[in-house]
Design a protein around this ligand. Structure first.
Ligand code: UDP
Length: 364
């Protein structure tokens, strides 16, 4: 029986960990999985809602590290995780995506000579100003098993000299959660509750430091989004970080509620329906670029780079960076019905967790 610890910390981890936990629990003859939640996500109630909706078991261990600077948070996670791993040495630690908990757990496991697996390995934006890029590079360098979502990941890891026998193209585990929950999401009343109709609104998410931490950049972005919002209303489930910045910079007052409607961040199920029924999505999120690709909903990504190039190559994603003319033109094109027909990338089929478990069973 192999002891396997799944480490999660923030919103985008939960929908990646849930399918794997489920698949591991179906093999009690082979695996003894535990869920460790670092508490990097400071709103425990919100993360509890995700666990309920994703039908994932309550964390076995909750570290409650809270927020802080990049270094403070990473350090606190490392200190607490080291105690856990020394106490009850797992055979394998599995980390997801690119948050601080991912890298912190990777470093602690590697230094204790505990085998490490990274789910969503190999993605690169080639932009080291993103904290997530540093988390990805360090985690991949230390991992024994690297599970890759798209072909760019395979190429990046090969170029970085990661031995091929560690790398596995298993597909996109986040899509496992989407496939499982889409029918349930279709029954969510969120669109009606917001007074909206299918295809009659745009969904917006915004939380990357490059967009929200500089007052001039955020103000300009709101001005441009207001131009779009006058043509089609924008619904904005606002990340707590962004809400704080809007208040700090005194920008809330320039937002017209009828044009850009700010609401609380949504639970997973409601947000899936919001994406699925929107005319298009505006975002700087990583995961949302992938979910819209699967849903074939046009997505305009408010970033200069994407670590998920497949969403632009074959999916329905458009990268506009800070080219505001291009942003408005792309939105107008979509409103005029000029929509690129996307395709679902290989192995984004809802069965990634199964493939990962099969490899874990062979390699552990
Ligand atoms: N999401 C959500 N509620 C929201 C906004 C996003 O449940 O109000 C989900 C979204 O469907 C996706 C994930 O959060 O599954 C993406 O997480 P986030 O944008 O925080 O992180 P990133 O993917 O950029 O790392």
């Amino acid at each position: 029986m192999k002891k396997i610890d799944l480490v999660v910390g923030a919103r985008p981890n939960f929908m990646k960990a849930a399918p794997l936990m489920d698949a591991l629990q179906r093999r009690p003859d082979l695996f003894e999985p535990r869920l460790i939640h670092t508490g990097q996500h400071y709103d425990y109630d919100l993360s509890r809602l995700f666990f309920e909706q994703l039908k994932m078991k309550e964390p076995d261990i909750y570290l409650g590290v809270g927020s802080g600077t990049q270094a403070e948070q990473t350090a606190r996670i490392m200190i607490e995780l080291e105690k856990v791993f020394v106490d009850s040495r797992p055979d394998m630690v599995v980390v997801f995506g690119d948050v601080n908990s991912t890298m912190a757990a990777a470093i602690v496991a590697a230094k204790l000579w505990i085998k490490l697996a990274h789910v969503e390995a190999g993605l690169r934006s080639f932009d080291n100003t993103m904290p997530e890029e540093i988390n990805r590079i360090v985690t991949d360098r230390l991992s024994d098993l690297l599970f890759v979502t798209e072909k760019s990941g395979l190429e990046n890891l090969k170029k970085e000299g990661i031995p091929e026998e560690r790398i596995f193209f298993t597909g996109n585990i986040m899509i496992d959660s989407l496939v499982k929950n889409l029918e349930i999401a279709r029954r969510s009343p969120i669109v009606e509750n917001l007074g909206l109709v299918r295809g009659g609104f745009v969904a917006l998410t915004l939380h990357r430091p490059s967009n929200v931490d500089n007052p001039a950049v955020l103000k300009k972005l709101i001005e441009i989004l207001t131009i779009i919002g006058r043509k089609i209303p924008i619904v904005f489930p606002c990340h707590p970080r962004t809400r704080n910045r809007l208040e700090e910079f005194g920008l809330k007052r320039i937002i017209d509620d009828r044009v850009i409607k700010i609401i609380e961040p949504l639970g997973y199920i409601d947000f899936l329906r919001l994406q699925a029924e929107s005319k298009f999505v505006l975002t700087d999120s990583g995961g949302v670029q992938e979910e819209t690709t699967f849903l074939k909903i046009p997505c305009i990504t408010l970033r200069r780079t994407t670590e998920r190039p497949i969403t632009c190559e074959v999916g329905s994603n458009f990268l506009v960076g800070d080219d505001y003319d291009l942003l408005i033109r792309t939105a107008d094109d979509i409103l005029d019905g000029k929509i690129k027909q996307g395709r679902i990338p290989d192995l984004w089929d809802g069965r990634t967790a199964e493939r990962i478990v099969e490899i874990l069973a062979r390699k552990m």
